[in-house]
Ligand binder design. Structure first.
Ligand code: GLV
Ligand code: MN
Ligand code: MN
Length: 419
């Protein structure tokens, strides 16, 4: 008979899980407490080796695909059935902390190890995925591994990606030892029966409310744009103000338009950020002849995001026309939001109630691999609090107890889904 909560008694090894999180954090391009693991960097490659070993230590069978997604499976008693999936990422943006993504990979290994120790026997296979490049650092595009798994990016577009040094995905993945064509990455329909990602909230709600678990019902849709501005350079002393075509000032107007459009969209969930702004030649006594911006625009709703984008484009065109600056405005990605699966959400909620843990249904404002897994499988996410909502910075922190609670909810949820 399949045992499900509350009959199933499992014990998460919170101290062991914390030790593994700490060990992985030391595999970084920067000294502690900073964690930086950019896709296919030396640190990322060593981090992947750590993940493979942790998966094997948890008794899971490991395989990899052509883009470096790592799959760790516990084969169920009926391997012909679609599996119950979990997982997240272990790449980390520059100057990050140690929990973003990692909790969802190492925490899922511990969840499965705890189920095994408890004598649980899954009917459906249970599988943990470490997704390649959830972070956009290297190629400017996030969720590369899960996008390819879901068929949400064309192979041509993936092959056209270049990093800032001009290296292609094909070149870098081959150097990292990933073999086979990218077209083989896409999941066969029905691979997963359900998918549940464990993650730190990366926002302040759970921490402020002292709520141990969030259950994600909706993931906001991210979009990003590349803007290149071509003006005219010259001597900062000699070129008089009326005849200037300053690319930086056109960029500054665009950055302010992003803020204005996001604030006035009519949705509290619209957020707009210019996180990259470079100018050339970058000399104090030279008028900038070129500016390069990257805009991140997100919303839980598509209509208000589209309205904000239209306003940004119109303001950018006006600013460039007025200043005699030529603009190239290019979409990097424009992904729709995703809904959590109500049945899966309800199961996670029921597990929390049975474990005596308060839970809250939430919107994820950050994007996650679940945004793409939701296109190919019923999906939800389990959030745990992180101190002050801090994330993408070295001060990111969740306590060992908070992490263990998340892993426990994940274990029971996967057990129930696998029955
Ligand atoms: C993911 O890291 C995001 O930017 O939401
Ligand atoms: Mn992140
Ligand atoms: Mn993440």
């Amino acid at each position: 008979m399949i045992r499900t909560p509350p009959d199933l008694r499992i014990s998460i090894d919170g101290a062991g899980l914390q030790r593994r999180i700490d060990e992985l954090a030391l595999i970084s391009e920067a000294p502690p407490p900073v964690v930086t693991r950019v896709l296919f960097s030396e640190a990322d490659l060593r981090g992947r080796e750590y993940v493979r070993k942790a998966a094997r230590d948890a008794g899971l069978a490991v395989r990899e695909d052509a883009v470096g997604n790592i799959f760790a499976r516990w084969v169920g008693s009926d391997p012909s059935l679609p599996a119950v999936g979990s997982g997240s990422h272990t790449d980390a943006i520059p100057n990050a902390g140690k929990y973003d993504g990692v909790v969802g990979v190492l925490g899922a290994f511990e969840a499965l190890a705890a189920l095994r120790r408890a004598g649980f026997k899954p009917r459906r296979s249970l599988e943990v995925v470490m997704f390649t490049s959830e972070e956009p650092t290297r190629f400017g595009l996030g969720c590369l591994g899960s996008r390819l798994l879901a068929g949400s990016i064309s192979i041509e577009k993936a092959q056209a990606l270049r990093d800032p040094e001009g290296r292609s995905l094909d070149e870098l993945r081959a150097a990292a030892g990933c073999a086979g064509p990218l077209s083989a990455v896409r999941l066969a329909p029905g691979t997963y029966h359900s998918f549940v990602e464990l993650h730190i909230e990366q926002g302040p709600i759970l921490d402020a409310g002292n709520i141990p678990i969030g259950i994600v019902e909706h993931i906001a849709g991210p979009s990003s744009y590349r803007v290149t501005l071509h003006g005219e350079g010259g001597h900062a002393g000699a070129v008089l103000m009326p005849v200037r075509h300053d690319a930086m000032l056109a960029g500054a107007e665009i950055a302010l338009a992003v803020e204005r459009a996001a604030k006035s969209s009519g949705s509290p969930d619209t957020v707009g950020t210019v996180g990259v702004f470079r100018i050339e030649p970058g000399a104090v006594n030279s008028v900038p002849f070129k500016a390069y911006l990257e805009i991140d625009l997100r919303d839980a709703r598509m209509d208000t995001r589209s309205k904000a984008l239209a306003e940004i484009r119109a303001a950018a065109e006006q600013a460039c026309a007025r200043r005699g600056v030529r603009m190239e405005f290019e979409e990097i990605n424009a992904d729709p939001p995703a809904d959590g699966d109500q049945k899966t959400v309800a199961i996670a909620e029921e597990v929390c109630a049975e474990l005596g843990l308060r839970s809250l249904r939430m919107v994820s404002r950050a994007y996650h691999d679940s945004l793409f897994m939701a296109r190919v499988s019923p999906t939800t996410m389990i959030f745990i609090p992180c101190r002050n909502g801090w994330s993408h910075r070295p001060e990111e922190y969740s306590s060992p107890e908070q992490i263990a609670s998340g892993a426990e909810v994940l274990a029971h949820t996967m057990a129930r889904l696998s029955a």
